[in-house]
Design a protein around this ligand. Structure first.
Ligand code: SP5
Ligand code: ZN
Length: 345
């Protein structure tokens, strides 16, 4: 299987994130995640690591707002220029907003700090010097996988970091800056109908935002109920799309403690909807944080569960672009993603 990967993510390693209630903790979405996955892939005889192609910014602008992307590109240097204390010790710092617009504003702010409060939804999508380059490269991995799937009618894996599914048209959040799966899906949508199935533990609120009014891309997310879980403000069952997209978004919010059996029940319903939609391409937002033992998740999916999830999705026999999202039980992450991928080789 073709696996598109670049080392460019490594220097995107913020020294902290701000957790529930304001606790400062080490950045959970760290480069070690990729090392664990690479190690597990190297033990297989079917993984073919390939550097991504450069698709330029147009496929990104087709999904994201230009001013938002410009903000991501310039935030770090602007911050350093504006604050000598930060410039003196950049490695101890990470750029985050201290105010939040809540979109109750008639103007997009003009200043760096104003834009931060407008474009950033939480305190986990920290920006450091290498963030923008890492995010663009991550998206190129997703696009390269989609391009390979399009040309070869075979599944491929975008080993993306940073992840993307919490990034909306014009917002960052949840470790995500550019929505890799959405950029890839939108690129594929000019070739045929696309379905996105998001199996990350957290609701794919960014993907939901991007395709909410579209009927040519079906979006489905299976996740911890936002009633108790991040992202708290989206991912509810009654959010089903709007305008032309009404009926083309589906959320499966599930309770704490969800295990293999209950999960697979929801998955089967999701797969039924995808069959009915009859897409030409399938994109999977593959988060492994549903794992029993993930520090951010409250589900109990086992390795056997991931194998069965992979088997059932692969049974759709669609050209499938698999995109890496979350998963923070680093010691198990490699084996878990390999177990899922094995069904698509
Ligand atoms: C891509 C992805 O998986 N992003 C997830 C971002 C979640 N950030 C919020 C984490 C809040 C976790 N609260 C759980 C506390 C466990 N001690
Ligand atoms: Zn997640």
């Amino acid at each position: 299987m073709k696996i598109f990967y670049s080392d460019n993510h490594r220097r995107h390693h913020p020294p902290f994130e701000v957790f529930d209630g304001g606790k400062r903790v080490p950045y959970l979405e760290n480069p070690d995640r990729m090392d664990q996955i690479l190690k597990a892939l190297q033990k297989t005889d079917w993984s073919e690591l390939t550097p991504p192609l450069d698709f330029g910014l147009d496929p990104i602008y087709a999904v994201h707002d230009k001013d938002y992307i410009a903000f991501l590109a310039s935030a770090w240097t602007k911050w350093l220029d504006s604050d000598p204390e930060v410039a003196a010790s950049p490695e101890q710092n990470a750029f985050l907003p201290a105010t939040f617009a809540l979109r109750k504003t008639s103007h997009i702010p003009a200043t760096l700090l104003g834009k931060a409060g407008y474009y950033m939804t939480d305190l986990s999508a920290c920006i450091v010097e290498a963030t923008y380059t890492a995010a663009v490269t991550s998206t190129n991995c997703a696009l390269s996988a989609a391009d390979f799937v399009f040309r070869n009618r075979q599944s491929a894996f975008g080993l993306c970091r940073p992840p993307g599914h919490h990034a909306g048209k014009d917002f960052a959040g949840g470790y995500c800056f550019i929505n890799n799966a959405s950029v890839a899906a939108n690129w594929l949508s000019s070739k045929g109908r696309v379905a996105i199935l998001d199996i990350d533990y957290h609701a794919g609120n960014g993907t939901q935002d991007i395709f909410y009014k579209r009927s040519d891309v079906l979006t489905i997310s299976i996740h911890g109920d936002p009633y108790y879980e991040y992202p708290h403000f989206a991912g509810f069952a009654d959010e089903t799309g709007a305008d032309a997209g009404l009926g083309f978004h589906k959320n499966f919010p599930l309770p704490k403690g969800t295990g293999n059996k209950e999960y697979l029940f929801a998955l089967d319903e999701a797969l039924g909807l995808i069959k009915k939609f009859s897409p030409a391409y399938l994109v999977i937002s593959a988060g492994m944080d549903t794992f029993d033992g993930d520090p951010l998740g409250k589900f109990k999916i086992t390795r056997e569960g991931f194998n069965e999830i992979g088997k059932r999705i692969a049974a759709l026999q669609l050209p499938t672009t698999i995109i890496m999202e979350g998963g923070y039980a680093n010691e198990a992450l490699g084996v878990n993603i390999v177990t899922l991928l094995e069904n698509f080789k």
